[in-house]
Write a protein that binds this ligand. Sequence first.
Ligand code: NDP
Length: 333
Amino acid sequence: SVKWGLIGASTIARQFMINAIRAQEGGEIAAVMSSSAERATAYARENGIPAAVSTLDALLKSDIDAVYISTTNELHLEQALAAIKAGKHVLCEKPLALTSADARKMVATARAAGIVLGTNHHLRNAGAHRAMRDAIAAGRIGKPIAARVFHSVYLPDNLQGWRITRPEAGGGVVLDITVHDADTLRFVLGDDPVEVSAFTQAAGMAGAGLEDGAMCIWRFKSGLIAQSHEGFTTKFAGTGFEVHGSEGSLIASDVMTQKPNGSVLLRTAGAEEQLSFDREDLYVRSVRQFHAAILGNGQPAATGEDGIWSLTAAEAALQSASSGKAVKIDPKL
Ligand code: NDP
């Protein structure tokens, strides 16, 4: 069995990850930690978790094999370092930290300790994105030339908290959503971004010092160019992901989501085909790969290095937006 401790009494754990852990054979949640003893107790009761603690020390001393970190972003680094020191495997939410330098420190520390560290980039686990990646790798669109990511949503009322009010907690749409888009582009294209140019905006939701909309233009190693749009304030936009190649286009709708939704159309000379793909829960697949990695079989769906890449890309987008210049992307791996 794999016994988990939850670091953070969060919405994402309640909505997706508690279920994803319990869906595994031997997947068990032993304890939850909140900074408030009262919230820890209430959260444990509501979610049937046997132990509630309010310090990291108490959590790391309990009988657990792994931790899932889903606190606000400024806390991930020190919590991950403490868990690694205590010999616990770490599945950490994105962004891994507030800076790529801190993310590199986290990954290097885990590697030196022989600890499995994963980044919870759920979209890699979507059947739609894996079908797109497979189609591209099989040459079905010829040479990939350009990609477009549509990932501007409306931040639900219950999440209109630290993301739009607390720069020091790593709020803002770039650290929240651009990281996912950078990761999904890398995964689907099998290519890495080398440069980004970005504009950001505050369209009425984000408070001082934060952005609630971003448009980024990316150049990849292969020469492919991509655009991505991330937002918190568009109620009616829908999501999508397109990759256009010399021999065909992949046009996916409603796929930048937390659920196994959407469709993927392959359009080539004289033909259109809806690609079929598996509809497994994205987070269930993420935890399954993580469990396998703990047992020595393969790697987490998104590794710590992938988390360094996505944060480096997001950091470069923020630098570009504030400087008005294109910024090179170098994860220093
Ligand atoms: P939440 O705002 O739900 O939780 C973050 C922290 O806020 C919790 O750890 C908790 O602190 C505190 N908190 C929660 N509710 C209350 C409350 N009522 N009063 C006071 N404090 C409260 O964040 P999310 O679940 O949306 O995000 C958490 C992390 O997960 C972030 O790093 C985010 O980027 C990531 N995320 C990833 C997603 C993915 O699909 N990969 C999707 C959504 C988020 P405490 O633990 O101390 O109680």
